[in-house]
Design a protein around this ligand. Structure first.
Ligand code: SF4
Length: 288
């Protein structure tokens, strides 16, 4: 993409924002309100991730992807003149700079096996097999996942991780990896991550496809954007049979709701945490 030389801009790979329409966040939104999902799509609600802290998270995510070997052939040009993005760029650079100073090198965590890995994979001859394996694992079809990174922790990186993080001694092997950027160190983060349906679903699907070498867990790597950036890691273990069943039940319910009359909202999300649904405020939805 040609970048005008006379404007200040930062070029990053295009964020893979937006729902695939078949991932865990899509089905979670359906559970909250199928009508909102339909209205979001029809009215094309602007992506609010360009604001403040969310924009920092987006950019750190893209820097992370670039650093660990992701694609750079789909650039996003960010106008620095935009106040929100402009401030966020400096903030993202500050936090990312501190992160790679603390954890330097592409192989710090181990061998990088994949970056932004999507399943079922983009069309290739085995896609139907993958889709079938996923459907058998989660109980619905279609279902897609996209994992920030897949790494193989080696003997060498396991020693580094044990010495420099609170993850303790990791068994060498394959782990999924998820990047998070947080404005503050949530006290309940460990509990939240340990019970995340998203992480359960990632591991359930990954292990259904990779039965020859299943992942041993998922590492959540948080950058906390405080004055002095903090770094926290959490290990989430693969879901046991009961936890897998929770994922299947949730997806089955969402699938049933998806097929229901989406003209009716379920009114769970009309007002949450003192924030009103934009469709209630705009009058697009009158259910309250
Ligand atoms: S106002 Fe309530 S019922 Fe209507 S779309 Fe929003 S969350 Fe759904």
């Amino acid at each position: 993409m040609a970048v005008p030389m006379n404007s200040l801009q930062l070029v990053l790979p295009l964020p893979r924002s937006g729902s695939s329409g078949a991932g865990i966040s899509y089905y979670t939104q359906i559970i909250r309100c199928p009508r909102k999902v339909v209205l979001d799509r029809e009215l094309k609600e602007p992506d609010d991730r360009a604001d403040g802290a969310a924009a920092v998270g987006t950019m750190v995510h893209q820097l992370d992807e670039l650093y660990y070997g992701g694609r750079s052939d789909n650039p996003l040009v960010i106008p620095i003149s935009d106040v929100n993005w402009g401030n966020s760029i400096e903030e993202a650079k500050r936090c990312w700079g501190a992160y790679i100073k603390r954890f330097p090198g592409r192989d710090w965590w181990g061998e990088v096996l994949a970056v932004e890995e999507q399943h079922p994979a983009e069309p290739f001859e085995g896609i139907a097999v993958e889709a079938d394996l996923i459907a058998a694992a989660v109980g619905i079809d279609p279902f897609t996942i996209r994992i920030d990174r897949v790494i193989r922790v080696t003997e060498e990186s396991a020693a580094r991780i044990a010495l420099n993080t609170e993850l303790g001694a990791l068994k060498p092997g394959v782990y999924l990896y998820d990047r998070k950027t947080k404005g503050k160190a949530d006290g309940d983060a460990a509990l939240m991550h340990a019970h995340s349906l998203q992480f359960y679903a990632y591991m359930l699907v990954y292990n259904a496809i990779n039965q020859h070498e299943p992942c041993l867990g998922l590492i959540v790597d948080e950058i906390v954007t405080t004055k002095e950036p903090k770094f926290r890691q959490f290990l989430v273990t693969p879901p046991d049979e009961q936890q897998q069943q929770v994922v299947r039940s949730m997806l089955k319910n969402a699938k049933a709701l998806e097929k229901s009359d989406a003209a009716l909202g379920v009114a769970f999300g009309c007002k949450e945490y003192n924030r009103f649904c934009p469709h209630l405020l705009s009058g697009a939805c009158t259910r309250s």
